[in-house]
Ligand binder design. Structure first.
Ligand code: MGD
Ligand code: MGD
Ligand code: MO
Length: 673
């Protein structure tokens, strides 16, 4: 039997996949040839779903901890036993400390709106601490909003073949957005030129026609120098700026200080390479800037992104099909989310029993989970529910996260369909369905297709969907939450009940029949051709240029970008994908640094800073640059030689904008082992 489903992963591609099922098990996965973005190919990761779904250590039954915290020793219990015990402890906590003593930690293990977002309603009902979901896109979002306003509307990837100069700026699309590549190749066939701006020579850098290897965290300097050239030598669209943009004169004045020579000094780029890049941009309209979040994951990353996102505004690129910027397309999906996550409880709900919605509940920034678990008082966090995430590996300052998870008095409940570093710390490990085993509605952040997905195969063991687990807990707390009992189809109908013009033609029945439907975007789609979609002007703020200063005590920048064969840690259990990544985590070290440190290719080093230390094998490679150690992500601690994830070294101080993560701001020492 074959079924057409949506790929649930946290990835811009949001593919449609054909899944072959035999004897109730998924045995093969291929890309849907009829989907205009998936175009018939599955990536290296999803092709491995047949292994990923049925890993030997997948939790199949509810389990209760018997060993010490973090040891991962469990006994099987029944669902009733697990849920009764969790509910009893929750009642004690709610009685003694109130709702804020309960914290959720969730992210995008599934992009499905039902299993991804609906569980939040349970936490809002009991007045739990709020989690600010900042780990990935918060800084980029804030930078986008500063110029373009609240709606994130990127260039339609299907228009990319129209672009003539394409910049892949801090976006390793050959690994992280592979379904954009056919569009890039089409643009190239039509005469388009492709530039990559990155810190190390990844797959995208090798694919590009020109690669600019920039020092980490210095993008604002390059962007301002380019802007200066556009204003002084031509390219700036003064008509567009005058009509549709506020603040551009101040931006122009700020750029004036950034000569090519000064930018070259800061960025480490060759001045002629900057001039050539500027010339290609100002003479090669339409220009497309495909920007990634990598450059935002720095202490000054938000402002760096503002500087880069200003370029298509200065050039007036948005006026032409294929021109502009593409960070995310998520703002196109104007679903009716009023009731999805329980935010409506904050309006006029009357408290009764444990139903105590609290619009003033304290906020916990997710990148500071370790601090929240170890330092918060009044009340301390007493119960943590983890779903759709693996923070013991993926959150910054992971050593502190682990110390928090190891607290004897903290109830840790983990909902999982795979074994993870976090699951090892669970008091109760609850088996949940994989998204190929439940129905859900999917949007995308890399294209404009909405999709509906039905289960391809039955769940193994006693796995249940997230929403079932929270509905059962709600019942045990006498919470009357009919929303948690609604099936996925009913939730999807509610989400699609909107009058937004992008969704007028998309009712649920039509979507169910088609499987996937494109939003009704205006044709041609030129969202910022005449200012913001809401009629206001765009704004060009003056970016604060802040780049890494030398730090003799910690001379290396520790860069942790995504690995080609992983999707965060979601495929970490698949041996073939670990093998494709080299079998064990390794770091790239530049030959000059390796010589200086006396480290040979294949040797082990200690990488350390004030937060902790990890042991890794070295690959000596000119793909990185002197002073930068690259550790591709995200390996589970479970698979590292020392049992520790790279994130024990990364900072939990937020970046400059939006409270987002600054993983790539980590500074370290490298010591031969
Ligand atoms: N194969 C694979 N695909 C994925 C993922 C994965 O783990 N693996 N993760 C998914 C997720 S959750 C996300 S958010 C996206 C992320 O996808 P991307 O946006 O591509 O990834 P980033 O982490 O943002 O890093 C992109 C690039 O930024 C570079 N970079 C880091 N610092 C700087 C800098 O200061 N300046 C410049 N110019 N470049 C810099 C990194 O070297 C890296 O090559 O990918 C998704 N797709
Ligand atoms: N050093 C460093 N760290 C990083 C990054 C980096 O660039 N550098 N990237 C960051 C980024 S961009 C992101 S987005 C975060 C991601 O970090 P996480 O959100 O922790 O992502 P994953 O590790 O993939 O964990 C998702 C988990 O959800 C589970 N899951 C899948 N479907 C379901 C379901 O239906 N129900 C439940 N309960 N679970 C499910 C999967 O099995 C998986 O274990 O990591 C961040 N961490
Ligand atoms: Mo992400």
């Amino acid at each position: 039997m074959k079924r057409l489903v949506s790929c649930p992963q946290d990835c811009p591609d949001a593919c449609r996949l054909w899944v072959t099922v035999e004897n109730g098990r998924v045995v093969e996965v291929t890309g849907d040839p009829d989907h205009p973005v998936t175009r018939g190919f599955a990536c290296a990761k999803t092709a491995r779903y047949p292994e990923r779904l049925y890993l030997k250590d997948r939790p199949l039954y509810p389990q209760r901890r018997v060993g010490g915290k973090g040891e991962g020793r469990f006994v099987r219990v029944s669902w009733d036993e697990a849920l009764d015990a969790i509910a009893e402890r929750l009642r004690e906590i709610l009685d003694a400390h109130g709702g804020e003593a309960v914290l959720r930690y969730n992210y995008a293990g599934t992009m499905g709106l039902v299993q991804g977002r609906r569980p939040l309603l349970f936490f809002r009902a009991i007045g739990a601490s709020e989690l600010d979901e900042t780990i990935c896109s918060a800084t980029g979002e804030a930078a986008w909003a500063a110029i373009y306003g609240p709606d994130k509307l990127g260039v339609d990837p299907e228009d990319v073949p129209e672009a003539r100069t394409i910049v892949l700026w801090g976006a390793n699309v050959l690994s992280t957005n592979t379904h954009l590549v056919p569009f890039l190749k089409q643009a190239r066939v039509r005469g388009g030129r492709i530039f990559a701006v990155d810190v190390y020579q990844n797959r995208t850098a090798r694919f590009a026609d020109r690669f600019l290897r920039i020092r980490p965290g210095t993008d604002a300097a390059l962007a301002l120098a380019l802007a200066r050239i556009f204003f002084e030598e031509g390219g700036a669209d003064l008509d567009y700026l005058a009509r549709h943009v506020a603040g551009w004169e101040r931006f122009r004045a700020a750029a004036r200080g950034w000569t090519v020579e000064r930018a070259a000094e800061v960025t480490g780029l060759d001045p002629d390479a900057i001039r050539e890049f500027a010339k290609a941009l100002r003479t090669g309209a339409p220009q497309l800037f495909r920007v990634g979040y990598g450059m935002t994951r720095h202490p000054g990353g938000g402002n760096a992104m503002i500087a880069v996102l200003a370029l298509p505004v200065v050039l007036g690129s948005w006026r032409r099909v294929g021109g502009g910027a593409l960070l995310s397309t998520s703002g196109g999906f104007r679903l009716n989310k009023a009731r999805l996550e329980g935010l409506h409880f904050w309006k006029n709900a009357r408290p009764r029993g444990y139903f105590r919605p609290n619009p003033n509940a304290r906020h916990v920034n997710q990148i500071q989970l370790g601090r929240a678990l170890t330092a918060l008082r009044d009340p301390p966090v007493q119960a943590l529910f983890v779903f759709n995430a693996n923070p013991a590996a993926t959150a910054p300052n992971a050593g502190l996260v682990r110390r928090g998870l190891a607290r004897e008095d903290l109830l840790v409940v983990v909902l999982e369909n795979a074994m993870t570093d976090t699951a090892l710390y669970a008091d109760f490990l609850l088996p949940v369905t994989h998204p190929l085993e439940h129905a859900d509605l999917y949007t995308s952040y890399g294209h404009y297709w909405l999709s509906w997905s039905e289960p391809a195969a039955p769940p193994p063991g006693e796995a249940r969907p997230n929403t079932w687990v929270f509905a059962e807990l709600a019942r045990r707390l006498d919470l009357d939450l009919p929303e948690l009992a609604m099936d996925a189809e009913a939730v999807a109908r509610e989400l699609l009940d909107t009058a937004h013009p992008f969704l007028v033609g998309t009712d649920f029945d039509r979507l169910k029949r088609a499987g996937s439907l494109k939003l009704d975007l205006p044709k041609p789609f030129l969202p910022y051709a005449a200012g913001r979609p809401d009629g206001k002007k765009l704004t060009l703020p003056v970016p604060a240029v802040r780049y890494p200063e030398p730090d003799p005590g910690r001379p290396f920048i520790f860069l942790t970008p995504p690995a080609h064969h992983f999707l965060n840690t979601s495929f970490g259990g698949v041996a073939a994908l670990r093998a494709a990544e080299g079998g064990e985590p390794a770091v790239l070290l530049h030959p000059a640094d390796a010589r200086r440190l006396g480290v040979a290719d294949g040797a082990y080093v200690r990488i350390e800073n004030e937060r902790g230390a990890i042991r890794r094998r070295v690959r000596v490679s000119p793909a990185t640059q002197p002073g930068v150690v690259v550790h591709e992500q995200t390996w589970r601690g479970l698979d590292a030689p020392d049992g520790l994830p790279a994130n024990v070294l990364t900072p939990d101080e937020p970046s400059d904008l939006g409270g987002g993560s600054a993983f790539n701001g980590a500074r370290v020492r490298v010591v031969p082992d």
